[in-house]
Design a protein around this ligand. Structure first.
Ligand code: PEP
Ligand code: MN
Length: 349
């Protein structure tokens, strides 16, 4: 159920509603928009029934009580009446009118490679720095990431550039080490339906970049997001990274239609990863522009100072030396959708 509070509702009235929901054994999720104050009452099916019978309609400060029709309750745009959620990560906005450029190497390989890339992308306007220390590789014989040493290099990049870090967590046993460095935890496509991992990320509250599974529907992606939200973590970004289709001419099919559709179904920011969809550098530029123009809230792209020598995903890595020109083009495409690069938004006057 969704309880919409009156604009004039006091904090005490909101607290009283929350207390009543919790006494019924359900969980109350408060969503505070610029104008709207909504409380989601989420419980098991039986608890939903008991929440319905609480008589919240007559309670002071309550405007109306409505059912949430979608199976994903907290992720649904019904919950915010169509208002987009804007996340704030290390001072950078993601969502709304801000377009987050997230860039960095596929994997952290060395100090030089990591810091050179971080400096280049920061200089060119990237808002967040990506880099994998734990890599989900198709082959068990392929490089699996530097692990803790990689995390230390990411920490160095953050200390030097100030950019928040996006890095993948694959195994719950690494969660403490990852949380020490990460500002955003990436849940990779292969782990989109790893429900215990999602719930754990939900409990720690760290912002999550949730990638769409290789063969997952948008409903399944939103249900996966719900696992994180349900635990009380509202900081979720959805990420379209290409899906498997019958087409074999390229690696994955980048489903750009997912962007407007997800934004219609959900209030969560939507990020596009053209690098892993394409697997080819020459496609990353045009797909990034298309993603920005279609209204994505950001892109996550792979960048390397010398892609020919990259340990993984070199063929799709943008060249660090060319990243400033790429960023300028993306900025123009984002403007078509009414967005400015996060960190470069026009100052309020
Ligand atoms: C990655 O971002 O490095 C990655 C492996 O992504 P995905 O989970 O989308 O394949
Ligand atoms: Mn990669």
């Amino acid at each position: 159920m969704m309880i919409v509070m009156r604009e004039t509702a006091t904090e005490e009235e909101v607290d009283a509603v929350i207390a009543k929901i919790e006494r019924a054994g359900a969980r109350a999720h408060r969503i505070k928009g610029a104008r709207l104050n909504v409380i989601g009452a989420i419980g098991d099916v039986e608890q939903d029934v008991s929440v319905e019978s609480l008589g919240l309609e007559g309670q002071p400060g309550v405007d109306r009580v409505m059912p949430i029709l979608k199976p994903y309750k907290l992720a649904s745009s019904e919950m915010t009446h169509g208002h987009p959620t804007v996340l704030e990560i290390g001072g950078r906005k993601v969502g709304g009118e801000s377009f987050a450029l997230i860039a960095g190497p596929c994997t952290v390989e060395s100090r030089g490679q990591t810091l050179d890339t971080a400096r280049a992308v920061k200089e060119a306007g990237a808002a967040l720095f990506r880099g994998g220390a734990y890599k989900p590789r198709t082959s068990p014989y392929a490089f699996q990431g530097l692990g803790r040493d990689g995390l230390r290099l990411l920490a160095e990049a953050k200390a030097e550039t100030g950019m928040p870090i996006v890095t993948e967590l694959m195994d719950m046993r690494d969660i403490d080490a990852v949380l020490e460095v990460a500002d955003v935890v990436q849940i990779g496509a292969r782990n989109m339906q790893n429900y215990p991992l999602l719930a754990e990320i939900g409990r720690c509250g760290i912002p999550a970049l949730l990638k769409r599974g290789l063969s997952s529907t948008l409903d399944e992606l939103l249900m996966a997001a719900e696992y994180i939200l349900k635990e009380g973590n509202p900081n979720v970004m959805l990420c379209e990274r290409g899906i498997r289709t019958f087409e074999t001419a390229y690696r994955f099919t980048l489903d750009l239609m997912a962007v407007p559709v997800l934004k219609e179904l959900s209030h969560l920011p939507v990020i596009v990863d053209p690098s892993h969809a394409a697997g080819r550098r020459d496609l990353v530029g045009p797909l990034s522009l298309a993603a920005a123009a279609v209204g994505a809230d950001g892109i996550i792209v792979e960048v390397h100072p010398n892609p020919e020598e990259a340990v993984c995903d070199g063929p799709q890595a943008l060249r660090a030396g060319e990243f400033a020109a790429f960023s300028a083009a993306v900025e123009q495409a984002a403007a078509l959708a009414g967005k400015a690069l996060s960190g470069r938004e026009p100052a309020l006057v």
